[in-house]
Write a protein that binds this ligand. Structure first.
Ligand code: NAD
Length: 474
């Protein structure tokens, strides 16, 4: 591999304040308790900012602001709501360079992903749902669909701004108001978005952003004056939320974990499939709920696929997220790094064979080399549990039926991939795979018009597309 010269994106394009308050009723304010926590750059462990920690009183204020704003917002003609959403989408486009740098700093993802994947999709979701705001009557949910009220939305750290867009855009288009809590390790882009709401002159209280950890999230989803809860995160927390919401009359959607099978048949274009395998598990450091973390390779193509995959992995550049040549950035937090390390140790101790390309990791920050495990069986924990990192478990199969059986042998059901040149096989597989999304000869492709969501322990409800409106309408 030839060397690339460093190509760092400028960090100075974005201003980060030393501290941030809670965005309630259109203004930033300190937490009632005065509590705060720090958010760090996972690539360097440098503190980026101090962020307010919302307690019960703050959650009350945010929900009350959303409740007051709900009447006037929901009564606006859809075309008027659309104008605000179009305005937000355009400002996101205008400020996308700042946002991409901020996202990479706070999350650790490579700038080429935040710049070329996250930000264009964030704007696209706002544009898409802006287009629905005046057409709700024709969305197929009855002649006069009504908004639900105040939506409590809790999101994870892997796609901070994209998850915000998936939550806020459909909620607002449908006439709801929101209180959103970003994850504690990645609050900054949501706070930047709060400023975009001000810039767009969105009426105060329509969007409220409160920061904090799990306890803040719990207080928010359990608030009695919330009508709808939308959660993306781990299956464990999803279960707790489902229990707490049961019987309250609140509507609930859960987007949880996954352990997707990426299935490669021997007749697949192997080079293309290898690109898809790499994209499936190393995109965003594998911090992807729909990551193709279980590779199922047809036995007759195993040697060819594995040698191509290893050759390709040796060209992945791991390092500074702000360098435009970087393919794999930093692991988002020390806690996540230790989970990835622990499960990888389990993989070795259960007898799977571990391999990583030679790869020098920075001394400071949270890093994990792209890793594959071969000789994995279905009973191994690394074949069953979500690792949420750049770790691929490789299994084999002989027949399509065996591939289906292995792919579906998981408590999850979020996504799957099929690689073959036979269209009929793709359709037959897609029909039998118990996964919300099945990609054929591609992987990790997202589009605002396409619904996304899971089966079984991957959650319920759909986000995106016309289906995504249903979760916010009565
Ligand atoms: P997490 O469940 O620990 O945290 C997610 C969010 O919930 C955070 O904002 C956190 O502060 C909050 N939270 C924690 N405890 C809470 C509680 N008791 N009540 C309310 N909120 C609470 O998950 P994570 O580690 O941040 O994210 C990784 C997980 O998210 C993975 O399992 C991944 O698969 C999943 N995920 C799913 C999707 C999807 O669309 N299905 C997308 C991204 C991530």
């Amino acid at each position: 591999m030839f060397e690339y010269a460093p190509a760092p994106e400028s960090r100075s394009v974005v201003d980060i304040a030393a501290s941030y308050g809670l965005f309630i009723n259109g203004a930033f304010e300190a937490a009632a308790s005065g509590g705060a926590f720090k958010t760090v750059n996972p690539a360097s462990e440098e503190v980026l900012a101090e962020v307010a920690e919302a307690g019960t009183e703050d959650v009350d204020r945010a929900v009350a602001a959303a409740r007051r704003a709900f009447g006037p917002w929901s009564e606006l003609p859809g075309a008027e709501r659309a104008k605000y959403l179009f305005r937000i989408a355009r400002i996101i486009q205008e400020r996308s360079r700042e946002l991409a740098v901020l996202e990479s700093l706070d999350n650790g993802k490579p700038i080429k992903e935040s710049r070329d994947v996250d930000l264009p999709l964030v704007a696209a979701y706002f544009f898409y749902y802006a287009g629905w705001a005046d057409k709700l009557k024709y969305a197929g949910f009855g002649p006069e669909p009504r908004p639900l009220g105040v939506a409590a939305q809790v999101i994870p750290w892997n796609f901070p701004l994209l998850m915000l867009a998936w939550k806020i855009a459909p909620a607002l288009a449908a006439g709801n108001t929101v209180v959103l809590k970003p994850a504690e390790t990645t609050p900054l882009s949501a706070l930047f978005f709060a400023d975009i709401c001000r810039q767009a002159e969105l009426p105060p209280g329509v969007v409220n952003i409160i920061t904090g950890a799990g306890e803040t999230g719990r207080t928010l989803v359990e608030h009695p004056d919330v009508n709808k809860v939308a959660f993306t995160g781990s299956t464990e927390v999803g279960r707790q939320i489902a229990r707490s919401v049961a019987g309250t009359g609140k509507r609930l959607t859960l987007e949880l974990g996954g352990k997707a099978a990426n299935i490669v048949f021997a007749d697949a274009p192997i080079d293309q499939a290898v690109e898809g395998i790499v994209n499936g598990i190393f995109f965003n450091q594998g911090h992807v709920c729909c990551a193709g973390s279980r590779l199922l390779v047809q036995e007759s193509a195993y040697d060819e696929v594995l040698s191509s995959l290893k050759r390709r992995m040796a060209t992945l550049r791991v390092g500074d997220p702000l360098d435009k040549n970087t393919d794999v950035g930093a692991i988002n937090s020390a806690a996540q790094l230790s989970r990835i390390r622990d499960l990888s140790e389990v993989g070795s101790s259960e007898g799977a064979e571990r391999w990583s390309p030679p790869c020098e990791l920075p001394a400071q920050g949270f890093w994990f080399a792209p890793t594959i495990f071969t000789g994995v069986t279905q009973a191994h924990r690394i074949a069953r549990e979500e690792i949420f990192g750049p770790v691929l478990s490789v299994l084999t199969f002989r027949t399509p039926d065996e591939a289906i059986e292995k792919a579906n042998n998981t408590p999850y059901g979020l996504s799957a991939g099929v690689w073959t040149e036979k269209g009929s096989l793709i359709l037959a597989m897609a029909d039998k795979l118990r996964a919300g999304v099945v990609w054929a000869n591609t992987f990790n492709k997202f589009d605002p018009t396409s619904p996304f969501g899971g089966y079984k322990e991957s959650g319920y409800g759909r986000e995106g597309g016309r289906h995504g409106l249903e979760a916010y309408l009565a």
